[in-house]
Write a protein that binds this ligand. Sequence first.
Ligand SMILES: NC(=O)c1ccc[n+]([C@@H]2O[C@H](COP(=O)([O-])OP(=O)(O)OC[C@H]3O[C@@H](n4cnc5c(N)ncnc54)[C@H](O)[C@@H]3O)[C@@H](O)[C@H]2O)c1
Ligand SMILES: N[C@H](CO)Cc1c[nH]c[nH+]1
Ligand SMILES: [Zn+2]
Length: 434
Amino acid sequence: MTIINMTRLDSNAADFSTQLKARLAWDASEDLEIHQRVMAIIADVRNLGDDAVIEYTNRFDQCQFKKAAELELDKEVLQQAWNSLSAEKADALQTAANRIRAYAEEQKMQSWQYTEEDGTILGQQVTPLDKAGLYVPGGKAAYPSSVLMNAIPAKVAGVGELIMVVPTPQGESNPMVLAAAYLAGVDRVFTIGGAQAVAALAYGTKTIPAVDKIVGPGNIYVATAKKLVYGQVGIDMIAGPSEILVICDGETDPNWIAMDLFSQAEHDENAQAILIAEQDEFLDQVEQSINKLLPEMERAEIIKTSLTTRGAFIKVKDLDKAAEVANLIAPEHLELSVADPESLCRKIRNAGAIFMGRYTAEALGDYCAGPNHVLPTSSTARYSSPLGVYDFQKRSSLINCSAAGADRLARTASVLARGESLTAHARSAEYRIK
Ligand SMILES: NC(=O)c1ccc[n+]([C@@H]2O[C@H](COP(=O)([O-])OP(=O)(O)OC[C@H]3O[C@@H](n4cnc5c(N)ncnc54)[C@H](O)[C@@H]3O)[C@@H](O)[C@H]2O)c1
Ligand SMILES: N[C@H](CO)Cc1c[nH]c[nH+]1
Ligand SMILES: [Zn+2]
């Protein structure tokens, strides 16, 4: 039975780029409505603090919180969750944590400096953030893996305090999420989510501390809130509803490709899954696999909505064209399910993470390959990178002039300052001329 007819685009068609843009775009009217709703939530949290956080949490997550103190989980609760975990689950979390940490260690930026001939020293001092806010999504699924992906790079960077927020729909917290927070060394956990959690971390309330930067993925409300509080706090990137783009040469098992598309579609009705291939027959086979496998899925309804409203099959004339289209889409995840992924990879400029070869299912990266799964979405991979240790570090420039160095630099600075009619700058520099 055909449940889903995938929207098909042809990169040779005259109106291809208009059609592709329309498929990638988020409906503008809906976008505006969400923007306004999120602005109102942020304003309420700024004005009413904990009361607004409690009211929105009770409303959106069907909770029954009465006092702000109830929003925080005790450290013992986290430890208890870890202690009660089955050996299999504890092992899996530990294995994933070890691999994520090993990869993160490679990303750590170091301070550096060099000395000029006259003794002047120039350099850069790298310091960790004092306080980071970690958003762990939890509306439609629980994400222990996102706890590790957020917290471990922050720990490797040496962040002073890690404040995690995670929604608990119906007041139910997920034991594996709490255990992961314990394992990763999160300092404080608040059971709140959505735009209200982002606003609380940005502006602070009596109970929830303001942080320096908010990182982590979330749904459209979370991603919009992060955009709106940027400036008050730092943010890592726009990491909204998940996306997958698969380029296949037609030689991978169609069931594998269908399941890879499902793996991101099952996150959210707004998730986006796209397949690019050269042969109509292969696209037909994957569509048949989709319709065969969908009824077996626990989250069939979410997958169906995602594939129907945001999914697409794109036919291209060759793999060069596929790479060109992928660069336009700039997907969060890009699978290169082809015989020679290395050469195709060299043509890719815009993608959050690239999964190379038929065996590298994107799902492996979601949990335990090592690289971070918090990745830029909505084409922001054109200018953003995966979450990493560098997101929790900042740089200060270092300038330490010797007397001879100051004399030399002051002569140049004086001319430039007078050229800008900034006399105090010029005279300040000139005092240092011998
Ligand atoms: N890009 C990444 O790295 C990455 C990683 C993991 C998950 N994800 C994505 O994160 C998202 C998780 O979404 P989720 O919904 O499961 O959890 P979530 O925690 O992001 O969102 C749940 C919150 O949304 C808010 N909300 C829900 N309906 C609302 C409404 N009508 N008005 C205002 N606020 C509302 C509520 O406050 C709720 O607490 C998915 O889209 C998934 O694809 C992305
Ligand atoms: N695919 C998500 C990032 O877009 C990450 C994730 C966590 N768990 C499963 N998947
Ligand atoms: Zn995923």
